[in-house]
Design a protein around this ligand. Sequence first.
Ligand SMILES: [Zn+2]
Length: 561
Amino acid sequence: MPPSAHRPPAPPARVGASVEQVAAAASLFWVLSANPTFFRAALNGRLLAEPSTWAFAVGLALLLFGLHFLLLLVLANRWTVKPVVSLLLVAGAAGTWFTQAYGVFLDPTMLRNVLRTDPAEARELWSWALLAHLALYAGLPIALLWRLRIEHRPWGRAALRRGAALGLTLLLLLGLLLAMYQPLASLMRNHRELRYLVTPANLVWSTGAVLARDARGAARPRQPLGTDATLGPDAGTRPRVLVLVVGETARAANWGLSGYARQTTPGLAQREVLNFPHVTACGTNTETSLPCMFAPVGRRDYDEARIRGSESLLHLLSRAGVQVHWRDNQSGCKGVCDGLPQDTVAALNPPGLCDAGRCLDEGLLAGLDERLARVARQGGTHVWVLHMLGNHGPSYFRRYPPAFARYQPACRDDDLRRCSTEQIANAYDNALLYTDHVLASLLATLQAHAAQVDSSMLYVSDHGESLGEKGLFLHGVPYAIAPDEQTQVPMVMWWSAGWPARGALDTACLASRAAQPVTHDHLFHTVLGLLDVRTQVHEPAWDLTRGCRSDAAGAPGKAAS
Ligand SMILES: [Zn+2]
């Protein structure tokens, strides 16, 4: 009897694979599983019956394969291949899910949003459907991957093999680009945004772009803005407060004051407010819009690096002697209020309004009476920014207390796909009703102190939202191709009786201006106009009060009769 017969049975040998084989398998897996939205968009308008369509589809598939294979050949070696592929499997599966569910593009601005998502936001995006998707498209392949034994080769042979694989892949990509040049070039010229659908390469690219931009930005201090800014002569006469309310995800299409079929703004409709029905946002997400709204040049000559590298309107106001304060009920001020007085509703924790770090927007008004009474005693010019949670999706139903659940049935699921578009619109409109209530309460409080403190309010949303139109949900579609639902936003102004008197503001003149198109680009210069701040960077052409003030230095004044 051979001696081996007495040994216990050997454990089954783990299947071995080379780094290149793992990279090829992962790349193939992503081509087949992670890119349905890319293929649908790239083949849009082509006929399935045409052989050229199939040839183009195969070419695109090979291109996607080559790209991912190349990426892994660069990033992966014997020690890193499992963690790198695992990470990309999870990120890719999550990216695919959100792209398919909501039609989002994972470009650098969207990635910046994702990377700055706070735990409360992440909790709301979570769903059982997402978990199942992750288990199938990330969990399962990761389990298989970690059972593999990565083959060890002598250094020289491994390098040779890697070099050959890299060379062949580059040749394949080059050949494909040459063969497909015509249709590919026209596709990319007309739909540049398609490259942000190539999953998971889009995540690697966008993350790299964000990190590179931040590294460049962090290396130098913010450029000073309007160092010559001073307040006009009437600043010392009576105390005054301008409240800037930055709305979230409110869209013009559902704004009662702007003609929506439902009266979603009953509180504001009862007050004498000036509504601006044609306002275009600077961006389609908070990360773009917020810094842009507080910059002197926004969308008309958009330069993200310049905006992020410069001080904001609030720094300028502070230097001119305005007492600035930012109160946040969302994801922070994105650098706009760096170094300036600020607080958060979550930290204030007003009774009955917060739950697990998320607060209803009424918390923004906490202590408002006391603050106004203090201004009445101490005087001065104040600008208070209130950053709302507003209609932050997808969980619109979490944005309002039960008293505002007027439109029914309303979607009560964090996963929008489990609701009808009617239910989604109902929840969205209920959230708008609550925003209206918060704004009307704010105006009532300002009005109550109007005898002592002149006050004005300017509300404007940061961007809009898609509620299923064209198959899109949420927001963040690249600006150049964004639908009106995402770029048209509500804007409202109000002032106490003393405000126009002191600035000789002709309110009828301003009302006629409100009917014309307005953009976020107007905000910076209009705030300077409203407060009569004098500086070289004030551009009267972008000041909505231009021609409506008789005292304005630099602005061609039309006397208020
Ligand atoms: Zn936003």
